[in-house]
Ligand binder design. Structure first.
Ligand code: BEZ
Ligand code: FE
Length: 290
C-alpha cells in the first residue's frame, strides 16, 4: 500500500474491500469510486475546489430539517433525481417525476368528483381520467394522492396562512379506475434558493423556477407505485424546470370554457365553482409488479 500512486489508488481502494461484501453494494461502490477518482484526475481537482465541495455539503447539512432536505435539492438541481426516475420508469407506464420535499403523508380523503379548490383564489381546473394497466384496462381500487401550491406559489406546509391540508387529498377509486376532481390552476414557483443549492444555481447563471404542476401519487395493489406530476402546456418555465422534472407525456392541455354544462355531471362542486373552467383529461398507466 505504501507504494500507492495516483494511478493505482483506485485499485488500492477496491483491493481493501472484503470480497464477501454484498455483491450489489460492492459493484455500486466500486463504480462510484472509479468515477469519483477519474473525475478528480480529469479536472486536476485542487485543494481549494475539494474544500469548497466539502463546505457545500457541510452547509447542506446545516440547512437540512425534517421539512427541507438540502441534499435532495442538490440531487434535484444536478439532474440526478430525474435521471434515477428515468432509469426506473417502465417504457409502457406513465413517466415518473420528482416527489419534491412538500409531500405529507396522511392527506384527508377526497371523494371521486370532490373539490380541492374551496376558497382558494385562482382559475378553476377540472381534472378527470382513469387509472389503467399498460394494456389500457382499468385498475380497480387504485388510490390517488394529490397536492399542489396555492395561488401564491406556496404549499400548505410552507405557508401559515393556509389550513394544514389545503389543496391536498387522497382519492380511492372504484372498479372503473375513474378519478375526477376540481382544483385551482397551479402556477410556477421557485425551489428554495437561500441555501447552498441556491448559491450553486446563482453561480452558474441558473434560475430556481419550476413550471406549475399538479403532484400525483398513484398506487394500486399488484402494480408499481407511480410518483409523478402534470404540467400545463402554456407555462413559461415548461422547458427550463430547475429540477428537470418535465416529460412530454406529462404535459397537459386545459380546454377553457365558460359553460357550466361542460362540467362532468358528477363533479360535486359543479353548481358553485366560478367560470371560466379549465378542463383536462389524463389517464395514468401503471406497470404490473414483476
Ligand atoms: C416540488 O415540486 O415540490 C419540488 C421538487 C423539487 C425541489 C423542490 C420542490
Ligand atoms: Fe411541487
Amino acid at each position: 500500500m505504501r507504494t500507492v500512486t495516483k494511478d493505482t489508488l483506485t485499485q488500492a481502494f477496491l483491493d481493501c474491500c472484503d470480497p464477501d461484501t454484498d455483491p450489489r453494494l460492492h459493484h455500486v461502490l466500486e463504480r462510484l469510486v472509479h468515477h469519483l477518482h477519474a473525475f478528480a484526475r480529469e479536472v486536476d481537482l485542487t485543494h481549494d475546489e475539494w474544500r469548497t465541495g466539502l463546505r457545500l455539503l457541510t452547509e447542506a447539512a446545516a440547512f437540512t430539517t425534517p421539512e427541507r432536505n438540502e441534499f435532495v435539492l442538490f440531487s434535484d438541481v444536478l439532474g440526478l433525481s430525474s435521471l434515477v426516475d428515468m432509469i426506473n420508469t417502465p417504457d409502457a407506464a406513465t413517466s415518473s417525476s420528482v416527489l419534491g420535499p412538500f409531500h405529507i403523508l396522511g392527506a384527508p380523503p377526497l371523494p371521486v368528483g370532490g373539490d380541492l379548490k374551496g376558497d382558494n383564489v385562482g382559475d378553476t381546473v377540472v381534472v378527470e381520467g382513469q387509472v389503467l394497466d399498460t394494456a389500457g384496462r382499468p385498475i380497480p381500487g387504485a388510490m390517488l394522492e394529490l397536492w399542489q401550491t396555492a395561488a401564491n406559489g406556496l404549499y400548505s406546509n410552507q405557508d401559515e396562512a393556509q389550513s394544514d391540508w389545503n389543496l391536498r387529498g387522497c382519492m380511492t377509486l372504484g372498479d372503473d379506475g375513474r378519478y375526477l376532481f376540481s382544483t385551482v390552476r397551479p402556477i410556477a414557483y421557485t425551489v428554495p434558493d437561500d441555501g447552498p443549492v441556491g448559491a450553486l444555481l446563482h453561480a452558474t447563471g441558473r434560475h430556481p423556477w419550476r413550471p406549475g404542476h399538479h403532484h400525483v401519487i398513484v398506487q394500486a395493489e399488484g402494480f408499481q407505485p407511480l410518483v409523478t406530476e402534470l404540467f400545463p402546456d402554456d407555462d413559461p418555465y415548461l422547458d427550463e424546470d430547475a429540477v428537470f422534472g418535465v416529460r412530454s407525456d406529462l404535459v397537459i392541455h386545459y380546454t377553457r370554457t365558460e359553460e357550466r354544462t361542460a362540467l362532468p355531471p358528477d363533479l360535486l362542486a359543479a353548481a358553485t365553482l366560478e367560470p371560466p373552467f379549465h378542463l383536462v383529461r389524463f389517464d395514468f398507466k401503471l406497470q404490473a409488479e414483476a
